[in-house]
Each structure stands twice: as C-alpha cells, then as structure tokens.
Design a protein around this ligand. Structure first.
Ligand SMILES: [Zn+2]
Length: 247
C-alpha cells in the first residue's frame, strides 16, 4: 500500500498522527506508516529528520526513503517498542525542512532566471538541495561575469514575491503547461499518468515532487557561492540562502 503523502497535501504540516503499517528491526528500526509528513530523499531534495513517538516508544528519525510508493522512516536510536496497528505521532524537524523548502524553491527560481539570462534551451541536468548549500547543474556555459546579474535578478524576484503552487495534471496537459516556460516532463517516469506540476506563477513551471514555500518572498535571499565548469558545456552553481524570509 502506498503511503499517503501528507507533505503534498500541506507542505507546512509539522506534526501528524498515523497508524503503523510495518515495523522491522535490525541495526536500525524501519517504520512504515499509513500516512506521513516526512519527506523522503528524492528529486534532489534531502530527506526530513525528526521524531516518531507513541505509548512507551520513541524513535529519532535520521533517514527517510521511498520504495515502491512506501515511505520508510529509519532510526538508529530508539527506546521501547511499537506494534503494527498502533497510532504514533510524528514531528518533523521544521527548521531543517523549512530551509530545504526555501532551497528547493530557490532552485526553481534560479532555473527560471538562467533561462531568462541565457535564452531558450536551458535545462537543469541535476540538482541537490541540502541544508547548508545546494547545487544545480545547467546544460549551458555560465561565465563568472554573469553571476552578479543572475544573483541580482533572483533577489529582485524574491523581494517582489510570487505565488508558488503545486497541482496535478494529466500527462499531456502537464506537458503543454510546462512547455510555456520552456520545460518538459521527460524526466517523469513513463508510467506516471498524473503529473505534479509546481509553478512559480508568471515565472516558471516544472514537474516536481518536492516541497516548496508558498511565496518567493519566504526564500529571503540567494547568494551564489561558487561556479564550476563540469565539462561538456555543463556549469554547476553552488548557492546558499541569506537571512530573512519568514512566512
Ligand atoms: Zn521542486
């Protein structure tokens, strides 16, 4: 049974209750719940951490992954025991998650800005959104001299603000929707019929399963720390967030 993804219904959900579906113990404890707000490492976004507790049970969740639609919470430290069918409470490390949401939304914004600066045909080759710094690889050469403009444009868009929303569309509709922003759904596995689209209204839309802030203003600010040429015309940008950015 696929786990119900509460983070898709409300990315700002910090606590939840759920029935336990599966428990397995080895050198670590693995828990599967009916529903969860814990985001698994996927789509280049680092996983959530946090706590799951119940009657006489406490686990510190260090890693979360998805396998065949099931979300597996892994703990290396736990106390007491928990049974299948019992109800537990989950609390995600909100400081970590909220920063990852900002980092992730910043990656969407940067790809929109790079496309604006460099013109069409710009694609994100890969990206990794983590707590301290994040990286994003583009299929174009980006000169060092272009970085101040990119950073300035991104920060201008953040100050101005824009709504960020997520919704599901049938695959062919999603293809048309994101094409307006020069994106495609090529990376979505072919068996996926309903594609989740994330849009920065007026700026960018792309297929994405991650968690994002509701408005660009929440990002606060972006600083590009480093630019690396990865060969074959690929440029990596490493960025972080500057202070500010509250909902
Ligand atoms: Zn995303």
């Amino acid at each position: 049974m696929p786990t119900r993804k509460l983070y898709w219904e409300d990315a700002y959900l910090k606590e939840f209750s759920s029935k336990v579906v599966s428990v397995s113990k080895g050198d670590r404890l693995s828990l599967i719940l009916e529903s969860t707000a814990f985001y698994p490492e996927s789509g280049g976004q680092a996983c959530d951490k946090g706590i799951i507790k119940g009657e006489g049970f406490y686990a510190s969740v260090e890693y979360v992954r998805e396998e065949g639609g099931e979300i597996i919470h892994e703990a290396t430290k736990w106390e007491g025991s928990v049974k299948v069918g019992s109800v537990v409470k989950g609390m995600i490390d909100w400081d970590r998650r909220y920063r990852l949401m900002k980092m992730h939304t910043a990656a969407h914004l940067l790809s929109a800005i790079i496309r604006k600066v460099k013109g069409g045909g710009v694609k994100v080759v890969s990206a990794h959104k983590d707590y301290d710094t994040s990286r994003i690889d583009f299929n174009v050469k980006i000169a060092r001299e272009e970085l101040p403009t990119i950073e300035e444009e991104a920060n201008k868009a953040i100050s101005k603000g824009a709504e960020v929303k997520a919704f599901f569309l049938k695959r062919d509709e999603a293809t048309k929707y994101v094409a307006r922003y020069g994106e495609d759904v090529g990376l979505v596995p072919p068996e996926v019929e309903e594609v989740r689209v994330v849009e920065i209204v007026g700026l960018h839309a792309v297929a994405c399963g991650g968690t994002h802030v509701r408005d660009l203003r929440e990002i606060g600010g972006i600083r590009i720390l480093k630019r690396q040429s990865k060969g074959k015309g690929i440029t990596r940008l490493i960025y972080t967030l500057t202070e500010g950015g509250r909902p």
